[in-house]
Design a protein around this ligand. Structure first.
Ligand code: 5AD
Ligand code: SF4
Length: 451
């Protein structure tokens, strides 16, 4: 019988990248991918815990698998990712979903083939969730989602402890990969036709700043000063074949002048910056433990615009953080209008058990949070509409990614700023960066033709 697998990934790009490794390891064991989660012999759910709705979605999907699991005694259902690093989730799985075969965490992804083999031979369920970071595994196989663009981890974990955020608890302390390992991975990707690299980390700006555990890289240990994030970008910029470099996510407090200068100097660095601000109120930023204020944020943005006048900015914003007043919220609206983001991810504050903000007494009522959220989204949309109009009739380089989801006759691609462009073009252009003239510029998408 053919051995098949299916992986469902929730959450951020770090999880998507981990799922590529899990898929690569399964393929190395002779499994092939299937779309059908009911029929698959191995199903993995890679979870996210950043907000409550991610938790809810996970339990919904998990419940759907119970029936096919009962019907096939050989089926293995595994769950992993950030949610598994929380004891109350493990307790809930044990009591309500005792049929789940494998539970593992964010620190032992590389161990999955051994866990799978154990379950298949002993038929006994396994819960193995180390709390401490294990050595970073290098050289694991990966089944990449695309051949022409790829995610590359540069660091794992986060030391910032923003007061609302669960990530430092689920992903552990910051550890950076060695530059030689990162560069070797990118050279190999480039040799196989990859054109766009997105460097990943919870806070890429602090790449190499601190050492944690065996094998983690710290530039302060190097006699020649080593490689910080800006230097790493400059080294990647020299790699033959890499035409676009992106990175996420950055913390404003760690955004160095050196990194800003990369936007002036590096040929392949996309003129795009995702710089989460979270709030436009100094009081709330302090409560959030963000270590910058509005002025410092504006100053960084101005410097970025000076170095790179056509830079496109993106952000993350939380509304309804405990204690947020109407005046605080208006500070956020004002900041959004001043910075003029081309894209923004907006979130309603979600209580995360175990974080300092969860214990704050002055939680904002749900209806107030929703009303502010809607006003924020409207303000952002107005700005986006204006920014989008500027693309009308421009010729932009577009990386063609594949057929459009809505119309298979049409291809879809992305500009440097990450906006999608639909166009009629031959399928041979998939994976190529081509000049496209924008013939219709809408708020969220652009329509073009080959220039
Ligand atoms: N509630 C709402 N949004 C959150 N984020 C992180 N934690 C929470 C929370 N508890 C948002 C932040 C972060 C993004 C990835 O998710 O804006 O930048
Ligand atoms: Fe969470 Fe803050 Fe770390 Fe980002 S920087 S992962 S928001 S703690």
């Amino acid at each position: 019988m053919e051995k098949t697998y299916h992986i469902i990934t929730f959450g951020c790009q770090m999880n998507e990248r981990d799922s590529e490794t899990l898929a690569g390891m399964l393929q190395a064991e002779g499994y092939t991918y299937t779309d059908d989660k009911e029929a698959a012999e191995v199903v993995l759910l890679n979870t996210c815990s950043v907000r409550e709705n991610a938790d809810k979605k996970f339990f919904g999907v998990l419940g759907q698998l119970k029936h096919s699991h009962e019907a096939n005694p050989d089926k293995v259902v595994g769950v992993c990712g950030c949610m598994m690093q929380q004891q109350h989730i493990i307790d809930m799985l044990k009591s309500k979903y005792p049929w789940v075969d494998i539970v593992f965490g964010t620190h032992n992804v590389a161990e999955f083939p051994r866990l799978l083999n154990n379950v298949q031979t002993t038929k006994k369920n396994i819960v193995e969730v180390p709390e401490d970071e294990e050595a970073m595994a290098e050289g694991l196989p990966a089944k990449r989602a695309y051949s022409f663009k790829a995610f590359v981890n540069v660091m794992y974990g986060c030391n910032n402890f923003c007061s609302y955020c669960i990530v430092p608890y689920t992903r552990g302390r910051e550890r950076s990969r060695r530059p030689e390992d990162i560069l070797a991975e990118i050279r190999d990707l480039a040799a196989h036709g990859c054109k766009e690299i997105t460097l990943l980390g919870q806070n890429v700006n602090s790449y190499g700043k601190v050492k944690h555990g065996e094998g983690s890289y710290c530039y302060k240990d190097e006699p020649d000063g080593g490689v910080d994030f800006a230097k790493l970008i400059r080294m990647i910029d020299e790699i033959e074949g890499i035409e676009r470099i992106r990175f996420m996510t950055s913390h404003p407090k760690d955004l160095s002048d050196d990194l800003i200068e990369c936007f002036r100097d590096c040929k392949h660095l996309c003129h795009f910056f995702h710089l989460p601000v979270q709030s436009g109120s100094d009081r709330i930023l302090k409560e959030m433990n963000r270590h910058y204020d509005r002025e410092k944020y504006f100053e960084r943005v101005e410097k970025l615009k000076e170095a790179c006048p056509d830079i496109s900015l993106s952000t993350d914003i939380i509304v309804g953080f405990p204690g947020e007043t109407e005046e605080d919220f208006e500070g956020t609206l004002d900041l959004v209008r001043r910075v003029r983001y081309e894209s923004a991810f907006t979130f309603i504050y979600s209580v995360r058990r175990g974080t300092p903000a969860a214990a704050m007494e002055n939680q904002v009522p749900e209806d107030v949070k929703h009303e502010r959220f809607n006003r924020l989204v409207d303000t952002i949309h107005e700005i986006q509409e204006e920014i989008s109009k500027k693309y009308q009739d421009q010729v932009l380089p577009v990386l063609i990614e594949g057929p459009s989801k809505t119309d298979p006759e049409v291809l879809t691609g992305r500009t440097e700023s990450g906006k999608t462009v639909d166009l009629k073009a031959p399928a041979e252009l998939i994976g190529q960066i081509v000049p496209v003239k924008i013939v219709k510029a809408q708020t969220f998408s652009l329509y073009g033709e080959l220039a």
